[in-house]
Design a binder for this molecule. Structure first.
Ligand code: FAD
Length: 450
């Protein structure tokens, strides 16, 4: 390519067009009537390289809202978008709008530390998270969008006798559930992660729960991939549109009020994570849920030094290395409810202290960025996938600190529930479990780490 051509290409790449603030570069406005989706392939990349990348079109449409849809989903995070995708793919329902108050994926979906695993203790959780993990295995092919799923393995450290007993029990439960995990001793831990200090000053490493097909995926790409596929099915993804009220008639939702006008709906799905309590209030019911800031940080990029994900729940910190070389570090939740997307400083110190003790080599790393998200916590630390007291209104929330891993599976189950009125995967996670005292207690697996 000539120098002028290269400069033109770079300039085009620097100037994304489109409504999404942080979406992938949309290089050219879509000409009226042309198809949104062009299949991504090695051939397409070669073709575009030859014509200065002038043929790429918008990744998803950004239309004005119509007056009515069969289904309205509030919240264009991963779970809302995955729900819309499976509604179309599995149930043929495509007259769907996904409404987002900010930008697509700008909630917890774009703020998490991307850990994917399914080593939960209770059968309903293992079924749901393993379904999700297995969907991740082929998600890039299913969406024709590279979500960078990296099954590099997740290791949860046991640093007390109590944890050893707990993880041995989980490994046995996982064997019965068909989830591939193994309890490993300290020597194997050191082999898997040579930079770890297994003779830590406070809590030596006594072993760990190892899930070899767990790992990470690129969080934004998951949201963008689902959005592109939904848009291609004719669904409307409406960003910068906040739902401010829910209109009901005779016990049914008829419409939502938004900052871009009223939108009628046949069914309403609320998928807004930390804002679930507020949306439920608009729809006329209450949720047993709290909203709490959870934070994460990344270091400056360094050479590859760690090719698995490690979670140290006793000292509390977890870490993996991104493709760019940054160490991705997960912290704790604030000890009080809140809606700020930062988290308190106290936790940065706590988390970094825990990780320096586990990985002394990071002690001289500088931290690049820190941020927070608002997570939606239930009492039993399990999600809610449920019908509600309002007949045609459904709720998907309560994923707390660990819902990214569940994104495709949650969408699968919630779409089934919305389309058919029942779903075997979602059934144990109904709201009625709080009234009946039938909790799915995952406080060890989900309350602290991810
Ligand atoms: C720091 C951090 C680290 C995490 N690490 C992990 C991890 O490693 N692994 C893991 O599995 N999980 C992790 N999680 C949890 C995970 O990110 C969430 O459970 C998951 O992303 C929730 O997805 P969602 O689609 O339900 O919510 P969100 O992505 O938050 O989407 C909800 C959307 O609803 C929109 N919305 C809210 N109110 C309205 C309204 N009134 N009108 C219109 N739109 C509205 C919001 O703007 C938002 O975009 C982490 C979370 C945080 C904050």
């Amino acid at each position: 390519m000539s120098r002028a051509g290269a400069v033109a290409t770079l300039n085009a790449l620097r100037k994304p067009v489109g409504a999404s603030i942080q979406g992938p570069p949309a290089l050219r406005p879509r000409p009226k009537g042309s198809p949104v989706k062009r299949r991504y392939s090695a051939f397409a990349i070669a073709r575009e390289a030859l014509r200065h990348h002038s043929g790429w079109t918008r990744t998803w449409k950004s239309p004005a809202p119509k007056s009515r849809y069969d289904v309205v989903i509030v919240g264009a995070g991963g779970h809302g978008l995955a729900t819309a995708f499976w509604l179309g793919r599995n149930h043929g329902i495509t007259n769907v709008a996904v409404i987002e108050k900010g930008w697509l994926g700008g909630g917890n979906t774009g703020r998490n530390t991307t850990i994917i695993r399914s080593n939960y203790l209770q059968d309903p959780s293992a079924a749901l998270y393993e379904k999700s993990r297995s969907l991740y295995e082929t998600l890039s092919q299913d969406l024709n969008y590279n979500v960078m799923y990296s099954p590099r393995g997740v290791l949860m450290l046991a640093q007390t006798e109590h944890e050893v007993r707990g993880y041995r029990r989980t490994a046995e439960a996982n064997a019965l559930q068909g989830v591939e995990t193994e309890f490993v001793g300290p020597r194997r831990v050191k082999e898997l992660c040579p930079i770890m200090n297994i003779d830590g000053p406070r809590y030596p490493v006594l072993g760990g729960l190892w899930q070899p097909r767990a790992g990470t995926a690129r969080h934004d790409a998951v949201a963008w991939g689902f959005a592109r596929a939904c848009s291609d099915m004719g669904m409307d993804i409406i960003e910068q549109c906040e739902v401010t009220g829910v209109t009901r008639e005779g016990g049914r939702v008829t419409a939502v009020s938004t900052t871009r006008g009223e939108i009628g709906c046949g069914k309403l799905g609320i998928v807004v994570a930390g804002h679930s309590g507020r949306l439920a209030e608009m729809a006329g019911f209450r949720l047993p849920i709290e909203s709490v800031p959870l934070q994460a940080l990344v270091s400056e990029p360094i050479k590859p030094c760690m090719d698995i994900v490690v979670m140290a729940n006793t000292v509390h910190g977890y870490m993996s290395q991104s493709d760019k070389g940054e160490m991705v570090i997960g912290g704790g939740t604030d000890g009080y409810n809140g809606y700020n997307q930062r988290g308190s400083f106290l936790h940065i110190e706590e988390t970094v202290r825990a990780l320096v003790e586990t990985f002394p080599m990071i002690s001289r790393l500088r931290m690049l960025r820190q941020w927070g998200g608002i997570v939606d916590m239930t009492g039993d630390r399990s999600p809610i996938l449920s019908k509600t007291p309002v007949e045609n209104c459904f709720i998907n929330c309560g994923w707390g600190t660990g819902g990214f891993k569940a994104t495709p599976g949650s969408g699968w189950a919630f779409a089934e529930l919305m389309a058919r009125g029942e779903s075997p995967l979602a059934a144990p996670f109904g709201l009625e479990r709080f009234r009946e005292g039938r909790f799915i207690d995952e406080s060890v697996a989900a309350g602290v780490a991810h």
